[in-house]
Unconditional design. Structure first.
Length: 131
């Protein structure tokens, strides 16, 4: 029943970020295309930390919750965009990649081991420790 409520909110563009948060936590396989579409949209540099960006991280986590290993490259591309300003911005993408596993995800997460941000460095180390 909650899915129907959030799908209505999404369709009516009402508090869309809440709907996306719900979708990413309790995804249906049918949402995979929507998540990939969100991650494929061009970046708007003026709104990098506003709702569309939050929807991107939600989409990455949704794909991870669906165990969609074909999305690893798309998640890395989105993470790299945020990494330009600070690798501390990438933790939700790292979380998604940590859920998906795979060699490419592992290699990417490993690239954060030498982060100048202790929290990011520690998070990457923890993800790899539990690989």
């Amino acid at each position: 029943k909650l899915h129907a409520i959030y799908e209505h909110m999404y369709a009516k563009n009402i508090m869309i970020w809440h709907a996306f948060e719900y979708f990413s936590t309790f995804p249906k396989p049918a949402y995979a295309a929507m998540f990939k579409q969100m991650l494929s949209k061009p970046f708007d540099e003026k709104k990098i930390f506003e709702a569309p960006s939050v929807n991107r991280t939600g989409a990455a986590l949704g794909l991870a919750n669906l165990h969609d290993t074909s999305s690893v490259d798309l998640i890395i591309t989105n993470s790299e965009h945020l990494r330009k300003s600070s690798d501390a911005n990438c933790t939700e993408y790292l979380e998604a990649l940590g859920m998906l596993k795979g060699e490419k995800a592992r290699a990417y997460i490993s690239s954060f081991i030498n982060s100048k941000h202790a929290e990011t460095r520690n998070y990457a180390t923890a993800l790899l420790k539990n690989w």
